[in-house]
Design a protein around this ligand. Structure first.
Ligand code: GKR
Ligand code: MG
Length: 429
């Protein structure tokens, strides 16, 4: 083994990053969201970066894995899965099959999926370090890029101007609570970043209001790809009614209803393509969903699919079964955006613009914020991921995590909503 590639030290840093009051079916984003930054340092003195969810359940898996990694090679990324299994969580026991992930809105939550979400950050960090050592970009380690720029979609949210009842800093986007507000938000995204596609996070208001917002978008931006994603908030009949109303303007309808069975029923009765990041989120969920024709597009996400290599495995499966591919996003920083861009650059079958929450984030731990031009990010050929860590920023965001009384360390959109509206319950239509 090349001694330069041996892991000498692993640093894991939980942080809290500011987040605006974005609304979804589960409630509202908290004033800050937990993320975890993973840094792998080799004996060659090279440091690699990864990023993932930072809630306590992920930290419990990350800590023993970080302790077990030194002495192994950053080239052995396949070995990370077995290592995570044997290193195991120190405590407490992982929640197994405890239902739908409340905070992340990304389908069923299993111990395996939590573990994969942690491994992905270690895989990314190892690939970053390996690439820097070899003088190769991460995309080259994945087989090479097939495009020089990756297209992203504007991610529109109903939102409040500020977090109620807190002195949390606010941005200058203002509220968006009706069709006019959503169109104004889309215009600003278009002006600032040139995004061509627009996705509206739905499941917030009654379907008629969200239909009106998408109609207003279609009028303001004729011919542009539009998506609506209520995170499974609708019944089969409601989903079909929305599909009838918006079929002529939607690129796809994302997770209108919850579960493979409901999605398959909708798919059988509409021509509007259905997409998901909720009913197909693990390899185990693929056979049934594909056999039933429940979805025409799967949104990959290297975090919970287990890393960049596994994302390519998912892409191969989708290609084999004639299912399209798009990319999901949750609140994230520049390290994850770099990883998303590097893997997206290698996927020939990625025919839909990727989601990203990134433009909503006002803070970062990378020294240079990436710039979207014409809705795209250029794919860097700089060795590794092509991002550098801003240690002062990391320390400040870690300090916020240390100072938090526990309220924000686990993402809980419903709890955040109930601080504003104590009787609030998630709506179903
Ligand atoms: O951040 O509110 C949100 C989103 O709803 C996110 O949690 C989802 O996972 O963006 C995601 C989606 O496409 O479902
Ligand atoms: Mg979604």
């Amino acid at each position: 083994m090349d001694v330069k590639l041996i892991v000498d030290e692993v640093r894991i840093t939980p942080i809290l990053i500011s987040d605006p009051p974005l609304l979804n079916v589960q409630g509202v984003h908290q004033p800050a969201t937990p993320r975890l930054v993973v840094e792998v340092v080799t004996r060659g003195g090279v440091s690699g970066l990864g990023e993932t969810y930072g809630d306590a359940v992920y930290l419990d898996i990350a800590r023993p894995l970080a302790e077990a990694l030194p002495g192994r090679s950053v080239a052995d990324v396949n070995g990370l899965f077995a290592l995570a299994d044997t290193a195991g969580p120190a405590s407490p026991a992982l929640p197994v099959d405890e239902g739908v992930d409340a905070g992340g809105l990304r389908g069923v939550r299993t111990a395996d999926k939590l573990r994969l979400s942690v491994v992905s950050a270690f895989e990314t960090a190892c690939l970053d370090a390996l690439g820097k050592t070899l003088g190769l970009p991460v995309h080259a380690l994945l087989g090479g890029k097939v495009r020089d720029a990756v297209e992203y979609s504007a991610y529109l949210f109903y939102r409040w101007a500020a977090h109620p009842g807190t002195d949390a800093p606010t941005d200058d986007w203002g509220p968006a609570l009706d069709p006019a507000g959503i169109v104004a938000q889309a215009r600003r995204f278009d002006r600032l970043y040139g995004f061509h596609s627009f996705k509206l996070k739905g499941g917030v208001f009654a379907p008629e209001q969200e239909i009106a917002a998408v109609r207003a978008l279609a009028e303001a931006f004729p011919g542009r790809p539009l998506r609506l994603d209520p995170n499974g908030a609708w019944s089969v009949e409601t989903s079909l009614a929305v599909a009838r109303e918006l079929g002529d303007v939607l690129e796809y309808l994302e997770d209108p209803a919850s579960g493979t069975g409901a999605m398959a029923e909708i798919a059988a009765r509409t021509d509007v393509p259905l997409a998901t990041n909720m009913c197909v989120t693990t390899f185990e969920e693929v056979p049934e969903a594909f056999a039933k024709g429940a979805v025409r597009i799967v949104l990959c996400d290297h975090h919970y699919w287990g890393g960049l290599h596994r994302t390519r495995e998912l892409a191969a499966l989708c290609r084999t079964y004639g299912v399209g591919l798009s990319m999901h996003s949750n609140t994230h920083l520049g390290i994850s955006l770099a990883a998303m861009t590097q893997v997206a650059a290698t996927l020939p079958e990625l025919h839909h613009a990727c989601d990203t929450h990134y433009p909503w984030q006002t803070e970062d731990v990378v020294t240079t914020r990436p710039v979207f031009r014409d809705g795209r990010l250029a794919v860097t050929d700089t060795p590794g991921l092509g991002v550098d860590l801003d240690r002062a920023a990391l320390a400040a965001l870690h300090r916020r995590w240390l100072d938090d009384d526990g309220t924000l360390r686990d993402r809980d959109d419903a709890a955040a909503m109930r601080r504003a509206a104590p009787d609030w319950t998630p709506a179903k239509w």
